[in-house]
Structure formats: C-alpha cells, structure tokens
Design a protein around this ligand. Structure first.
Ligand SMILES: Nc1ncnc2c1ncn2[C@@H]1O[C@H](COP(=O)(O)OP(=O)(O)OP(=O)(O)O)[C@@H](O)[C@H]1O
Length: 465
C-alpha cells in the first residue's frame, strides 16, 4: 500500500515537473533559477534567445559570482521578492526589467527564480505613460486647488437694500444647477460675484476657470476653449487642454460673453446642447460636465433683438439673471468698500491709516463712480500712496475734487432738501476758497452770509456729522 502511494506521488511530481518544463519552454519571458547556494540550475529557451547565452554556458555557474548585485542574488540574500527592477544585464549588455521571487518550502528558502524581459521602446513608453498619468493626476489635483475660487459671499460687501437683495438672489442661485448670466457695468463686481457663486455651489471643490473673451484674440479663442490635439509624423501627439476640459466638474466663467463671434456662439451652443465636444483637430470626444456662468456689461437682450447675439445661446445661458447695480445706485456702500480697501492697503504698504475725514467721505459719496467699485479701489490705493497722517483727507483725493465740483452743477438740477443743498454749497465754497480765515471770508461773501453765520453753520454741520 505504502509502495503504491509512493508510486502515485512520484508520478504526480513528475507530471508537475513536465508541466512546468513545458510552461517555461513556451513562455516569452526569460527565466533563470538558482539554488540557495547561488548555483544556477535552470534557464529557459527564451533566456538563451534573449541573451545569446546557452544553458551549457550558464547552468552550474554561481550567480553570486556572475551577478552579485543582480535580482537573483539579492533575493537569495534577503528572501524578499523584487518587482519591476530595471537594470543592465552586463554579460550581454541589454536593459531588462525583472521580477524575482524566493522559492520557500516549509519555511526554508530553497531557490530563487527571476523572470525578465528586455526593456523595449514600447515597454519604456508604457512606463513613461504610467509616470505621466501619475504626474497628470498630481497636477490635476494641484490645478483643482489652485484654480478653485478663494472668494466667497463674505467677500461681497455692501448693505444697501437693493444690493443686499441681489447678493441674496445670487447666493440662492449658487445652490442650483442653472447657468447664470451676470450683468452689470464695468467694475461693478461681476467677477467677484461669479467667484462667490462658484464657492457657494456644490462644485466648490472643483476648478473655477475664467475665459476672458475680451482679451483673447478671436483666432485663439476656439483653441483656448476646446484645446487641440496635433498629430505629427512620428505619431507623437501634442495636446493642449482647453478651458472646457480644465473646468471639468467645476465652473467655467465666460467673461464678456457679448464679444463672442458668431462662429463661436454657434459652436458653444452645440457643445452645450450635445454636452460633449472634440478638441480642435482632435478625434477624441470629451464629455462636458461644467456649470457656465457668463458676464457682460452689454445689454445682451438688446443684442439678441438686433441680431448681434444668438437668441438660442442667450436662452440657454440665461437660466438665472443677476443684475448688479452700479455703485452710484448704492453709493452709501462706497464708505464700506473704501474702509476695506484701506485695510488691505495698510497690510500691503505697512501703513496705519484708520479712516477717512468727514469731508473726504462726503467727496466719495458725491462722486458718481463711472468705473464703479474698481475705480474706488484705485482711488483709495492712490490716496494710500500719498497719505501722510493716519486719516485720508480731501487733499489725498485731489483728482476727484475737480470732477466733483464740475458735476455738482449737474447734480443740483435734481430737487433735494434745502438743508442738504445748503450743506453742499458751503462745502463747495470752502473747497474752492480753502479753509483758512481768508478762504472762509471769501466763501461767506460768495454765499452772501456773514462770517459769523458761516462759523455757526459749520459748527452745526460738525455737530450733526
Ligand atoms: N461687493 C464688493 N465688495 C468688495 N469688493 C468688491 C465688490 N465688488 C467688486 N469688488 C472689487 O472691485 C474690483 C472690481 O470687481 P470685478 O472685477 O468683480 O468687476 P467686474 O464687473 O467683473 O469688472 P469688468 O467688467 O471690468 O470685468 C475687484 O477688485 C473686486 O474685488
């Protein structure tokens, strides 16, 4: 019975041996096996084909002598497998990539086996592709972080009821999936609103990508949006990611959409309808997953009526319309903005300005701000450059004084409370003749009141300020 069992075992192990030999012989990878003392026991036919070394030249030699730093010798020393190891096989001067394993029986290392291939251009390319993919993933994560918007609704200052109403509307619309058109004069805060809407949306952790339709030449805008793929003769392809793809998962902000030419309006319309696109000269189809926010300081509806803008595209983009009021319609907020710009400029310039004199504040409130909040920012920054004390005063806003004085005349065509009119006239006269005693005398003369009355009125104005 025992004899019978032994015969069966031997037959089985011979069968396994033969199966392994057939496998090793047919495999298109080089195999080499060394015993625990380093003696090479076996090389398969592919090993000889690849290296030009026959089994007779190889088997029986010791791997610790032939290649002490090679993978087989290292596995025999460490008992640990090695994966995807690149090296030059010195005996035949070919670059190889190898996996090596210990053969362990009942806890003891008995041998080691290495399987390797020549590192061809194709496999090198494969490795490079994997490395490139990893790099792209890392870069995409970085782009997501960098491109992601850093402005929120907390940065959108202003408490005038009309302005607060619009901000609330924008805040609510952020939570929807609708495309949004932001309209408003230049410098009124359209881009800031777009950032805040993105930050308040479900896409906030994804990129916020801006395309400035005004500043990119028409001829480049298509590539800017769609990207391109260029195949050269050596089949290596050059690819530039378009903004539509960069914004994937996030928000694409198309600034000055009114400047998009007919061809691109049409193209954008089809992309939005089909929800996919191909890069310029490319064959690959890319699915579209973005929210579009557009901005314009033009009257798009009027452009549609005049046939200057595609009606279909307008309706597609106009899910929710946000109309930002110009600063002159919420002038009271000018002082809040001014204070925040002073705070930022203090930090930038290392100054310690604490505010604005009442007279200068009045100037800011009187000015009509055609360039809106951006212009106010610039005016404050210029004043911060010249200021000497800790308060911005009227002479830090010299450029505005003349304009305000000229436009006052236009303002006074509108009816207003008599005490407001009196206050403005007194200020106008003092701005013109100065605050010295001599200046006040001349101002009183022009206003047709006594110097004492002027002093009394100034005192009352000061008390009420
Ligand atoms: N409500 C606000 N609170 C604080 N700062 C604001 C506000 N609105 C705009 N700003 C600031 O004013 C400047 C101009 O704003 P923004 O660029 O958003 O205007 P815009 O309408 O997009 O201008 P344009 O039409 O010229 O592109 C920016 O520095 C912005 O941060």
């Amino acid at each position: 019975m025992v004899q019978q069992l032994k015969r069966v075992e031997m037959r089985d192990s011979r069968r396994i041996e033969e199966e392994l030999k057939a496998l090793y012989n047919s495999i298109q990878e080089a195999i080499e096996v060394a015993g625990k003392d380093g003696t090479i026991q076996y090389v398969n036919p592919y090993f000889s084909r690849l290296t030009g070394i026959s089994p007779y030249e190889r088997v029986g030699k010791n791997i610790f002598e032939l290649s002490p730093e090679g993978t087989l010798a290292r596995v025999l020393r460490t008992h640990e497998p090695i994966y995807a190891h690149r090296s030059i096989m010195e005996e035949c001067d070919i670059e190889i990539i190898a996996n090596a394993y210990p053969i362990v029986i009942e806890g003891n290392i008995e041998a080691a086996l290495v399987v390797f291939q020549q590192l061809t251009e194709a496999s090198k390319l494969g490795e490079e592709i994997v490395a490139s993919k990893q790099m792209i993933q890392a870069l995409t994560a970085r782009v997501d972080q960098m491109a992601s918007s850093s402005y929120t609704f907390d940065d959108v200052l202003g408490s005038h009821p009309d302005f607060a109403f619009i901000r609330n509307k924008a805040r609510r619309s952020a939570e929807t999936h609708s495309p949004i058109i932001i309209m408003g004069e230049s410098g009124s805060g359209k881009e800031l609103f777009a950032h805040a809407i993105h930050s308040g949306s479900m896409r906030s952790h994804k990129p916020f990508i801006k395309v400035d339709c005004a500043n990119i030449p028409e001829s480049l805008l298509e590539v800017e949006l769609l990207g391109y793929e260029k195949k050269s003769q050596d089949r290596a392809s050059e690819r530039k990611l378009g903004k539509l793809e960069c914004a994937s998962g996030g928000t694409l902000f198309l600034d000055e959409i009114g400047l998009l030419n007919d061809y691109l309006q049409d193209k954008l319309l089809h992309i939005l309808l089909e929800k996919k696109f191909q890069p310029v000269d490319g064959t690959q189809t890319i699915e579209l997953d973005i929210r579009i926010i557009t901005a314009t300081n033009r009257d798009l509806r009027d452009m549609v009526e005049k046939g200057q803008f595609s009606a279909d595209l307008y309706h597609l983009l106009n899910g929710i319309e946000i109309q930002i009021p110009p600063l002159r319609m919420h002038k009271e907020d000018a002082l809040t903005y001014a204070q925040s710009f002073i705070y930022k400029a203090n930090r930038k310039l290392g100054k310690h300005v604490i505010g604005i004199t009442t007279q200068a504040e009045q100037l800011l409130l009187d000015y009509h701000w055609p360039g809106n909040i951006r212009e106010l920012k610039k005016v404050i920054e210029m004043a911060m450059d010249s200021v000497e004390g800790d308060m911005l005063n009227i002479k830090d806003f010299a450029s505005l004084v003349d304009i305000v004085n000229k436009t006052e005349e236009i303002h006074y065509r509108e009816p207003m409370a008599l005490d407001e009119l009196e206050k403005r006239m007194i200020r106008l006269a003092l701005d013109r003749y100065g605050n010295s005693v001599e200046g006040k005398k001349r101002a009183a003369g022009v206003l047709n009141i006594s110097l004492a009355t002027l002093y009394n009125k100034l005192k009352t104005l000061e008390d009420n300020a």
